[in-house]
Design a protein. Structure first.
Lengths: 115, 107
């Protein structure tokens, strides 16, 4: 069964450093998403991406964040100048399209720890 | 008011019990509704979509009440393996999740 993969599984960084979280969506999917989940809190939408551009973003997704699809398979989330409060689980998801009931498949997540 | 609100629980039930979870949402323009299951430190996995007419998948039944902006999930004959956190998700322009309801099924 095809699945979304994410690397690394755990990233530790110093405050102020830049991190890049990587995702490989399911190969025939066209829509890509990033979510984050701070420990003990709810899953929060960050951004959706289609046709090489952002289609929706939340109030969390400020200038500190950027997304990119650098090649035909990877989808990345870059966090510039990380803050302590960026520590969270970051989930990538993908879907075939964005129609109402189209399932978003989640990757296993990257746990980001900012020290 | 929170966008998607759930009772956090925990719900502790014996095997075989029937348990129901509720979820309310604030955005009346929401288009689609889902229940996800999340195991500890794992990713959310889609349990079922929630349709206007209600829908059933084995032991799981989901209901939607658009007028009251409310969705529910009923689990019948609960199993030990049903122990998890159940997330309500509501999709408008983007997907918004509730904080989840924790279920523990005990022998």
């Amino acid at each position: 069964e095809p699945e979304v993969t994410q690397t690394p599984s755990h990233q530790v960084t110093q405050m102020g450093q830049e991190v890049i979280l990587r995702c490989v969506p399911i190969s025939n999917h066209l829509y890509f998403y990033w979510y984050r989940q701070i420990l003990g809190q709810k899953v929060e939408f960050l951004v959706s991406f289609y046709n090489n551009e952002i289609s929706e973003k939340s109030e969390i997704f400020d200038d500190q964040f950027s997304v990119e699809r650098p090649d035909g398979s990877n989808f990345t989330l870059k966090i510039r100048s990380t803050k302590l409060e960026d520590s969270a689980m970051y989930f990538c998801a993908s879907s075939v399209d964005s129609s109402s009931y189209n399932e978003q498949f989640f990757g296993p997540g990257t746990r980001l720890t900012v020290l | 008011r929170k966008e998607v609100e759930q009772d956090p629980g925990p719900f502790n039930v014996p095997e075989g019990a029937t348990v129901a979870f509720n979820c309310t949402y604030s955005n009346s323009a929401s288009q689609s509704f889902f229940w996800y299951r999340q195991d500890c430190r794992k990713e959310p996995k889609l349990l079922m979509s929630v349709y206007s007419s209600g829908n059933e998948d084995g032991r799981f039944t989901a209901q939607l009440n658009r007028a009251s902006q409310y969705i529910s999930l009923l689990i019948r004959d609960s199993k030990l393996s049903d122990s998890a956190t159940y997330l309500c998700a509501v999709k408008g322009d983007d997907m918004r999740f509730g904080a989840g309801t924790r279920l523990t099924v005990k022998p």
